[in-house]
Design a protein. Structure first.
Length: 269
């Protein structure tokens, strides 16, 4: 029998071991898609077998048929809601990172402003709806601001925590080398805080859809949330559920973009 204790690894004699192989993600993705398709199939079978009325629970095929009706203006309403979601989210990311950076520069500013941000975050955003109508009227901009107000705090809180976790020795080294604040941010603070920033972005991506829908429920003349309110009076449940599906897809798209950006900026070791 061969002596296995002295057996050399396959990469013996080379400068370094081979890189670890990454698991194939496609089997997992295929399983996720299969689960969703199975739920849709079970839904369709249950509605057909139990003869459930359409205004209570329409079938998936009935929901798809609503996409062919021009009266719903699916494309324009979806684009309006998408602009509110992505616009409010992007504004919250820029403002959240900027405010967190400002707070990291001064403890006095943190003591004065951070409790104020916490208090503002506690305000129910639905209660701001009538005020938004009075101040800004109807349109996309008020809904972007409502989305922004929901997304800001997760980005701000996570980024501030990430900046606080930076090694003090690294900060002292940059100061000793007479580095500017911009160099300190781009070379030390931003790379170190990126995992925290992306965590806040993923939380904000979930809240962005809710913010846009809340705004459209209260103060809007277009959008998927507005469409849901309009078809509710006629018990058009198929259109309402189709709007929910499109809202979900917008949220998944935004969350997927955050994950893809995180994978690009922070590649796995």
């Amino acid at each position: 029998m061969a002596d296995l204790t002295n057996a050399a690894p396959a990469w013996a004699g080379t400068s370094e071991p081979p890189p670890p192989t990454r698991p194939n993600p496609w089997p997992r993705r295929a399983a996720v898609i299969a689960v969703h398709l199975a739920i849709l199939a079970a839904w369709q079978i249950a509605v057909d077998a139990l003869h459930i009325r359409a205004f209570i629970l329409p079938s998936p095929t009935a929901m798809l048929h609503t996409l062919q009706a021009p009266t719903y203006a699916w494309l324009s309403n979806t684009l309006v809601t998408a602009a509110e979601i992505f616009g409010g989210f992007a504004l919250a990311v820029v403002a959240g990172v900027g405010l967190a950076l400002m707070l990291s520069w001064s403890r006095l500013v943190t003591l004065l402003l951070f409790p104020l941000f916490v208090t503002l975050n506690m305000i129910p955003k639905v209660a701001l709806g009538p005020l938004v109508i009075v101040w800004m009227g109807y349109g996309i901009i008020p809904n972007i601001l409502i989305t922004f107000s929901l997304c800001l705090f997760p980005v701000l809180l996570n980024t501030a925590r990430g900046l606080a976790e930076i090694e003090p020795d690294m900060l002292d080294l940059v100061h000793a080398l007479k580095g500017s604040r911009w160099q300190l941010f781009t070379k030390i603070q931003l790379p170190g805080a990126l995992p925290y920033i992306f965590s806040g972005m993923k939380v904000a991506a979930i809240l962005a859809v809710a913010g846009a829908v809340v705004g459209e429920f209260i103060a809007s003349e277009r959008g998927l949330g507005y469409l849901m309110i309009q078809v509710q009076s006629t018990l058009d449940t198929a259109a309402m559920l189709m709007a929910v599906v499109l809202l979900t897809l917008l949220g998944v798209l935004l969350y997927g973009l955050c994950v893809a950006l995180e994978t690009f900026a922070l590649p796995p070791e």
